[in-house]
Design a protein around this ligand. Sequence first.
Ligand code: SF4
Length: 289
Amino acid sequence: MSVVPLHTQHPRRFEENRFVYPVLSRRSEGISVGVNLNPDKVCNFDCIYCQVDRTTQSETRFVGVDQLLAELEDTLALAASGDLLQHEKFRNTPTEFRRLNDIAFSGDGEPTTYKNFDEIIAACADVKRRLGLDAVKMVLITNASMFHRPHVVRGLEILDQNNGEIWAKLEAGTEEYFKLVDRTPIPFRKILENITAAAKVRPLVIQALFMRVSGEPPSAQELEAFCDRLNDIQAASGKLKLVQVYTVARKPTENYVTPLADAEVDAIVELVKRRTGIPAKAYYGAAQP
Ligand code: SF4
């Protein structure tokens, strides 16, 4: 019997997926296989720049664990073999991005609110191990609001054991701006405590999205306060390995939110480096790749 190439076995499989979706990711600098633990689109933040379309209800409201793991295995195999790049959506991937970088837990809400977070992380790590993909990262894209919960602490430890990386959202220096942008009843202090506690255990990546709100970029004082908060975390022995400074690249929830210019993003990167000593990287508003 002849061997059928993987992409002809599952030519469009990932497009029928409900929980797993491969994307070309600027911040991953390669292919990132997304895992959506919040198909119901519910989130405990309501960020003014959120790019999840909540004007329509999703058909899928609950995570089907067996299906999610099957989709993950198929999609990782497609991406690792390079066959994914034959698909029309990925055919024009630039050479330097033609690599599988990570499995990313993000999706349509806050992944750590998933009730069996530790179990699903462990099961996904098993799939990765079975496929021999030890070099592939497991990235948690999170607002850090649930880090104090025991099953989330366990989930973070499982990530640590499986080439994990935590990208924690922090994009304000004051409670007032935090409330304006992230619109949650959770206090800013709680988020800072959670990030600090997690960063004491392993180095974290900070993801910081800045934007214009009704035409106004973040004030100089707010950006100084943002750097102060990063320094507070470091002063409490929290380790921060990178600050990703980015801006709106797709349609945001609120139409009064618009992107910063490239030079404004660059200026924030320079400020963060100078004030905190943490490496920082710019991602501009242009949508590609
Ligand atoms: S935390 Fe993420 S998913 Fe939730 S509202 Fe904010 S940007 Fe959207």
